[in-house]
Design a protein around this ligand. Structure first.
Ligand SMILES: [Zn+2]
Length: 455
């Protein structure tokens, strides 16, 4: 087998790995694991616009680990360039991918109007992707060709997320996609690896340890109390898939059992509202042993304080609503969408607070704020940062260093002979590689962009 990393090498976005694999007759087949978008200051940065490092027409199938844009965002582009399908992913992932691609297209359209940025793809391209998506179940075997078997396993990262195993050429290789955090209240745990010769593993938080999950509700509660007492606005930029639903779940628990308040909570993100609908629809993919299912009639994603603002007119009501108020809006890395308008109101106000609950890629407004910037530029306007900026790490949908290390040790005790690390900033990936060499005593390589590796 040959692997070439066409994204998420030396960075956390743009996941796209080209796999050349031989069937039992010696014929080479070309497949892709994920076809994600590079995300940073601008969606249409040059890396998304340049040609793929391979001929899209030669790709026989794409296997998608999960619907996040950094794993799916170049699907419309590759379809446009001649890839004829199929695209395999789980059923919930198929539904969520359409929402993700359409939302990204909408943001790009806004950016085109505002700054003349080019569009990466059109609405027709998104529709075409939807027709090529083949929904499959976890553990359903896909025989690509004689001697090439693929399978999806639950990664516990977002609804319907998977890590993918390929068995061919006498070995088994696993592609982690994004590995979920521990003890997520609404998702099943990441399925353990039973056996693997080679693992391509993400390293987003390879140099970090998250605070314990129990701390996050306490911290969120304290943040809500601060907002109520200080009569400010609490702005929570949230990724529409998973982070928003976990946040709604936690807010529901807090308001139900711990804090009595009429403070309005706005879910100001059409994409989050649609994604939450998909979570409701595919309830069977959520965690069954969690207390959330003890009362089947209770919808844990909605509660009296919550107002969903789907249309622009509904969204305008938020500005007219007096503080204190809580606003959850996308995008999570503050790269576009409704959150940008709320930032211009929240950041200059010393009574208000911005709560960051997800990974912020380099170059994004979110990263600058996370690192303590005193001023940021939003749509060409300089905005002073007087609001408090805080963060809760355990809302991350990614496992930390300890979780990844545990997951990489198969249940049968035999460690992989080789591990490639991708999907991480260079310092995180390098530090995790050193840690793994020491702990697992195995060969670990940090994936290089565009580099070909034989396995
Ligand atoms: Zn992800």
């Amino acid at each position: 087998m040959k692997l070439t990393f066409h994204g998420a090498a030396g960075e956390v976005t743009g996941s796209c790995t080209h796999v050349e694999v031989k069937d039992s007759g010696g014929k080479i087949h070309n497949i892709l694991i994920d076809c994600g978008m590079f995300q940073g200051e601008r969606m249409c940065g040059t890396k998304n616009m340049v040609e793929f490092g391979f001929d899209p027409k030669t790709i026989e199938a794409i296997f998608v680990t999960h619907p996040h844009a950094d794993h799916t965002g170049r699907l419309p582009k590759i379809v446009n360039m001649g890839f004829a399908g199929p695209v395999y992913m789980t059923l919930p992932a198929c539904a969520l991918t359409s929402v993700v691609l359409e939302d990204a297209r909408h943001i790009m359209e806004e950016n085109t109007k505002r700054c003349g940025d080019p569009q990466l793809y059109t609405a027709q391209d998104v529709e075409k992707v939807a027709t090529m998506c083949k929904g499959i179940n976890y553990h359903q075997e896909i025989m690509m060709a004689p001697g090439i078997r693929l399978m999806f396993h639950d990664a516990g990262h977002v609804l319907g997320s998977a890590y993918i195993s390929i068995e061919a050429e006498g070995k088994k290789i696993i592609f982690s996609g994004d590995v979920g955090n521990d003890d997520v209240p609404i998702l099943p745990d990441t399925e353990p690896i039973s056996r693997a010769d080679v693992v391509v593993c993400e390293s987003t938080y390879g140099n970090r340890e998250h605070e314990p999950m129990a701390m996050r509700r306490q911290k969120l509660k304290e943040t809500i109390m601060r907002t109520m007492n200080g009569k400010g606005m609490l702005l929570i930029p949230a990724f529409s898939i998973e982070r928003t639903q976990e946040l709604l779940y936690e807010l529901n628990q807090i308001l139900l059992h711990e804090v009595k308040t009429n403070t309005p909570i706005f879910l100001d993100s059409p994409m989050s509202i649609r994604a939450t609908e998909i979570y409701r629809h595919f309830k069977q993919y959520l965690r069954f042993d969690a207390p959330i299912f003890s009362d089947p009639d209770r919808d844990f994603f909605s509660f009296p304080n919550l107002r969903e603002t789907l249309t622009v007119d509904e969204s305008k009501v938020i500005n007219e609503t007096k503080n204190p108020k809580i606003v959850i809006a996308g995008s999570g890395m503050m790269t576009g969408g409704r959150v940008m308008h709320h930032l211009t109101r929240c950041l200059p106000d010393a009574k208000s607070e911005l709560l960051i609950i997800g990974y912020q890629a380099r170059g994004t407004v979110g990263r600058k704020l996370y690192e303590g910037a005193k001023e940021v530029t939003i749509y060409g306007q300089k905005i002073a940062v007087k609001a408090r900026v805080s963060a809760i790490g355990s809302f991350s949908a990614h496992g930390d260093k300890n979780k990844l290390t545990r997951w990489l040790q198969p249940e049968n005790g035999k460690n992989p002979t080789k591990i490639f690390l991708n999907h991480g900033d260079p310092d995180a990936a390098e530090s995790f590689a050193t840690h793994l060499r020491h702990t697992l005593r195995t060969e670990v390589e940090v994936a290089g962009a565009g580099k070909e590796y034989g396995v």
